[in-house]
Design a binder for this molecule. Structure first.
Ligand code: ADP
Length: 168
């Protein structure tokens, strides 16, 4: 008898995808049979990159993953309730990354709300890696906007997109 596939959904705005996000994708994939990276249309704020651009950037990072990791990852866009996507993907967990204590309250609330909406779905947290824990897409955008060097926070592909966006 084969056991059911362990499928997880990693949602976020990925505006843009940073090496912190990619680290969670790589580590999440090791724990799952299939990981669906879900790029939200609605970010709660004005995104720098369009939904299509954010999806394309995540796809490019996944395609560049080493070994056979990419085969276990699928990238989708969504504009629905997260739980509806999780169910449609037949996933059993939502994957999130936790950086500082400041992430905790929001993540705790979201996990609790989603647990009410879908008790069968577990939210699973991975602690940010030591080297990535201070990286946030918000600061990456702010530094890039002001002409600072963000090359150690994002891939060369994302760096090129940021440079093009902020070119004078
Ligand atoms: P949101 O827009 O919901 O804040 P993001 O798109 O920025 O989410 O990120 C999606 C998920 O990735 C969140 O769980 C966030 O905590 C996590 N994350 C973002 N940056 C990092 C990082 N440097 N290390 C680990 N997890 C991260």
């Amino acid at each position: 008898m084969t056991s059911p596939q362990r499928i997880g959904v990693y949602p976020g705005s990925f505006d843009p995808i940073t090496s912190g996000h990619t680290d969670i994708i790589v580590r999440g994939t090791r724990q799952l049979d299939r990981l669906v990276v879900a790029v939200a249309l609605h970010t709660g704020k004005d995104p720098l990159f369009s939904h299509e651009e954010r999806i394309a950037m995540v796809q490019a990072e996944v395609a560049a993953l080493k070994g056979d990791l990419a085969a276990a990852v699928e990238v989708v866009g969504f504009d629905t309730l997260l739980i509806d996507l999780v169910r449609a993907q037949q996933a059993r967990c939502i994957l999130r990354g936790l950086r500082a204590v400041s992430d905790f309250e929001f993540e705790f609330q979201m996990a609790a709300m989603n647990a009410r909406l879908a008790p069968e779905v577990e939210t699973v947290f991975l602690m940010a890696s030591e080297r990535q824990q201070f990286i946030s897409a918000r600061f990456v955008k702010e530094i890039a906007r002001l002409g600072g060097d963000v090359s150690s926070f994002v891939s060369p592909r994302v760096l090129a997109r940021l440079r093009a966006r902020f070119a004078r």
